[in-house]
Design a protein around this ligand. Structure first.
Ligand SMILES: C[S@@+](CC[C@H](N)C(=O)[O-])C[C@H]1O[C@@H](n2cnc3c(N)ncnc32)[C@H](O)[C@@H]1O
Length: 238
């Protein structure tokens, strides 16, 4: 399957993540500010500590760790459709799983098997861009949130079509694709990453789709790091 096909067959994306799962934490550790940006976005969920949180497309659990900082008596369910990524997450959070604070499930984010209105907050970091149908995904997340609950979408969404595109082009094809491909011995998911960002929604488009799905009081936040032209957090309330 070519990269163009991966864009057209996003259901295959988790299988590609299986190939890079063992190196994922190291690659993102080298990406300066990766965890700090996730931590900032998770803080915008305004968690009090007793919530039931859903971390959609949790991967190896870096986004779960960002939410966990705010959870005391509550709990987090991380879902991902990559067995390899979840294997890493299960290893890292063994004690929190044992304590009943964290749980990981293999599920397709487009067909989440949970009751309506069963979560106080939902975090989706680097997930929406991978969904084959953005509208349907947002509608499902809206359905799963309790009234008053918050959603935070954290993803690469280019600030404007011109120079942000050029910035991303240099960054992705000049650094991320060659470096991460060598590190992980797999190229396909990184060339897909480069392309999927270029074809993803702009910040006003994400905001409009969240509004259409029913979200209110939507805030669009840029991060203060070198990713600020390309990385945004979108927070909405049900
Ligand atoms: C870039 S990783 C992000 C992981 C984590 N949220 C983080 O911030 O580090 C994207 C994750 O989305 C998952 N994913 C992609 N499409 C999915 C789908 N349809 N259902 C569930 N997980 C999916 C991949 O398997 C991968 O683990």
């Amino acid at each position: 399957m070519t990269n163009a096909n991966l864009i057209e067959n996003k259901a295959q994306v988790p299988k590609e993540f299986n190939k890079v799962s063992a190196m994922y934490d190291f690659a993102t550790y080298l990406s300066q500010g990766y965890q700090e940006d996730l931590d900032n976005s998770a803080s915008w969920l305004m968690l009090k500590g007793d919530e039931r949180v859903l971390d959609v497309c949790c991967g190896t659990g870096k986004s779960t760790a960002a939410c966990l900082k705010h959870i005391t008596t509550g709990s987090i369910i991380g879902v991902d459709n990559s067995e390899g990524m979840l294997k890493e997450a299960n290893k890292k959070f063994a004690s929190e799983i044992e304590a009943g604070k964290v749980n990981f499930e293999l599920q397709d984010a487009m067909h989440l098997d949970f009751e309506a209105e069963s979560f106080d907050a939902i975090f989706m970091a680097y997930g929406l861009r991978n969904m084959p149908d953005y509208e349907k995904s947002l509608e499902l997340l809206y359905k799963l949130l309790k009234p008053g609950g918050r959603l935070c979408i954290h993803d690469y969404s280019l600030a404007n079509k011109g120079w942000a595109k050029a910035y991303w082009g240099v960054l992705s094809y000049g650094f991320i694709v060659p470096f991460c491909s060598i590190l992980s011995r797999s190229t396909k998911i990184y060339t897909y990453l480069a392309k999927s960002v270029l074809t993803f929604l702009t910040p006003p488009e994400v905001e409009a789709k969240m509004k259409n799905a029913g979200f209110q009081n939507i805030q669009v936040k840029a991060h203060k790091s070198w990713r600020s032209p390309i990385l945004h957090a979108f927070i909405g309330e049900k």
